[in-house]
Design a protein around this ligand. Structure first.
Ligand code: NAD
Length: 249
């Protein structure tokens, strides 16, 4: 028996990076995977690869989020795992004096409001089932700051962490676990794009990682699979750091 046998998992941002690696890992562990993403081409390809279902959804849009879970439920009969992972990096300089209100709002919408929407609309399914595991992607910056002046991004991830704690406590007795995943820097398209704009930043960041390298997306996916599974049955409302030691240094 595999650890996630027949569990139905909805993963947002599953067309790339951490989400894609997790879709693969969940499928290997026996889950039925719903790949949700804005990117139709990459999303459909990912769903095909993992034998799952693709749903095009903008996680900042409430109608899309409602439809995403309804489609998962209608297709597979339950929603057991929600990995609320889609996120963006701010487009330009994200320091407080440079970030404009539109950029700020977009980052909050995609990174934070999306997690509110996903939790709000998946919890009713999980309540009816009497069980569920929600993993929300925050970041190590939510715990200790970015050290690179990323105001909108850090604030959004701090919000994800705080919300996960609140919900983890609120729904603990209903069998619904809610955890905040806090990865350190992970080698994904999001990070590569950031470092392409400012190559020195990669070096500045790397010196703070005690393990001495960035994470592979598969290493984060392994932690998500653990949190999603019954192996983590006593873990809820946690900040789950997978950061190569950054927060301990
Ligand atoms: P990525 O860019 O490789 O993947 C993000 C995916 O989210 C893409 O497929 C994109 O199409 C999708 N997406 C973006 N906006 C969306 C929207 N509105 N609706 C639906 N899908 C949308 O990025 P990644 O590095 O895998 O990041 C995944 C998550 O991990 C993000 O929340 C990010 O903030 C977080 N994170 C990343 C790192 C890192 O170093 N890469 C570190 C800590 C936390």
């Amino acid at each position: 028996m595999q650890r996630l046998q027949d569990r139905v998992a909805v993963i947002t941002g599953a067309a790339s990076g951490i989400g894609l690696a997790t879709a693969r890992r969940f499928a290997e562990e026996g889950a039925r995977v719903v790949v949700a993403d804005l990117d139709e081409t990459a999303g459909a390809k990912a769903a095909d690869e993992v034998g799952g279902l693709f749903v095009r959804a903008d996680v900042a849009n409430e109608d899309d989020v409602v439809r995403m879970y309804a489609t998962a439920f209608e297709t597979y009969g339950s929603v057991d795992i929600a990995f609320n992972n889609a996120g963006i990096s701010p487009p330009d300089d994200d320091s407080i004096l440079e970030t404009g209100i539109d950029a700020w709002r977009r980052v909050q919408e995609v990174n934070l409001t999306s997690v509110y929407l996903c939790c709000k609309h998946v919890i009713p399914y999980m309540r009816r089932q009497g069980r569920g595991s929600i993993v929300n992607t925050a970041s190590f910056v939510a715990v200790m700051g970015s050290a690179t002046s990323q105001i909108s991004y850090t604030a959004s991830k701090g919000g994800v962490l705080a919300m996960s704690r609140e919900l983890g406590v609120q729904f603990a007795r209903e069998g619904i676990r809610v955890n905040a995943l806090c990865p350190g820097p992970v080698d994904t398209p999001l990070l590569r794009e950031l470092f392409a704009k400012d190559p020195e930043r990669a070096q500045r960041r790397l010196v703070h990682v005690p393990i001495g390298r960035f994470a592979r997306a598969e290493e984060i996916a392994a932690a998500v699979a653990f949190l999603a599974s019954d192996d983590a049955s006593f873990i809820t409302a946690s900040e789950f750091l997978v950061d190569g030691g950054i927060s301990g240094a």
